[in-house]
Design a protein around this ligand. Structure first.
Ligand code: AHG
Ligand code: MN
Ligand code: MN
Length: 347
């Protein structure tokens, strides 16, 4: 009890209009490990986000949109801004000697970072989806960046190994996203709630605009690519029918942007469920466990929401591969519970 009281004393009141820089410094003492390394890491993500935001914003003006001609490891066409965002985040984290390893949707393998003296003392690894929803860029619809941070499990000072990246989501020390929308926001958690910061583009500063974000326990939005309906498992079909049924507060509203970050962000504010189930076409689902589902699941739980693969908690899945896919149900607690109920009761 006394300990809890002391922690409460340490936690500064989050103040609206506080800048992200001020917030990071004020909250540093509240991190479990207070070397300042995690603060520097979040700071460099903030910097890379501003650079990528600038580029995303002028995508309609310059000839940067369109496929870069490459195909990424998932067999998808790579957009030029995917490559740009990937390079910027990796460069920022590497040049500032802040992490010891990075894995990205756009890289086949993880990257081990050695400092000049080949004795990297950094403890953190980062996994990123540098540009999420990239097929939306050339039609001027919101995209995002997702990041996930862990402490390495192998000894400091040695090269990172795959073991450092294949940790269950419940070991994350920080996670967040940037949404490049009608305004640009950085939303993140270090395990003490979720806070959202909005960029003032005139002066390039993020301000705390959404302190302590929470999913409403119940919502009335369901977000799923219904074009795949015919291929969905019976439980998902039945849950969708339930959402559309006229009863109580239903039918719910259907909203699907096709950009996980934007769909999640809207649902967290308004209350809703996002689903990317497995299907007869995509046996594992589509979304990647390590740099899409785990960070979003961590944020969801920190915001009083829930994230599941339809049967069990996303954060407890032991990953086996860097680019592993997993079915994903995430959002308002009672809605995810209801979807799980339908999954369980249908063969
Ligand atoms: P990415 O652009 O990083 O490949 O991710 C796209 C993801 C996710 O953001 C989105 O919700 C989903 O793919 C959309 O998939 P469908 O077009 O199959 O609905
Ligand atoms: Mn993505
Ligand atoms: Mn992506």
């Amino acid at each position: 009890m006394r300990y809890l009281y002391q922690i409460a004393q340490l936690l500064p009141m989050s103040k609206k209009n506080q800048t992200l820089g001020e917030f990071i410094i004020e909250n540093q003492a509240y991190f479990k490990y207070t070397s300042g390394e995690l603060s520097r890491l979040i700071n460099s993500i903030r910097l890379a986000a501003k650079v990528v935001n600038h580029e995303v914003n002028k995508a309609g003006l310059v000839d940067i949109i369109g496929a870069a001609g490459d195909t990424n490891i998932q067999g998808e066409d790579q957009q030029k801004l995917d490559v740009y965002a990937n390079d910027k985040f990796i460069q920022t984290l590497t040049n500032r000697n802040i992490v010891c390893g990075i894995a990205s949707e756009e890289e086949d393998d993880f990257i081990s970072i050695n400092s000049q003296d080949d004795n990297n003392q950094n403890k953190y690894i980062v996994l990123i989806d540098p540009l999420d929803g990239s097929s939306n860029i050339d039609v001027n619809v919101s995209v995002g960046t997702i990041f996930s941070v862990y402490r390495r499990v192998t000894p400091v000072g040695t090269p990172v190994t795959i073991e450092d990246f294949l940790q269950p989501g419940n070991q994350q020390v920080a996670a967040g996203y940037v949404v490049y929308g009608t305004s640009t926001m950085l939303v993140y958690t270090t395990g003490h709630g979720v806070n959202g910061f909005t960029l003032n583009p005139a002066i390039g500063t993020f301000y705390l605009s959404h302190p302590d974000m929470q999913f409403p326990e119940n919502g009335n939005i369901y977000s799923v690519n219904e074009g795949n309906y015919i291929h969905f498992p019976k439980g998902v079909k039945n849950y969708i029918k339930y959402c559309q049924m006229e009863e109580g507060d239903r039918p719910y509203t259907s909203r699907y942007i096709g950009s996980l970050v934007s769909d999640f962000h809207r649902n967290m504010i308004k209350g809703g469920i996002y689903m990317y189930p497995k299907s007869s076409k995509k046996e594992e689902g589509k979304l990647r466990l390590l740099y899409e589902c785990n960070p979003m699941a961590f944020l969801a739980e920190q915001a009083n929401g829930k994230a599941s693969d339809g049967f069990k908690r996303i954060l407890d899945i032991q990953p086996t591969e860097l680019h592993q896919r997993v079915p994903f149900f995430c959002g308002s607690k009672n809605m995810v519970l209801k979807a799980e109920e339908f999954m369980q009761n249908t063969d």
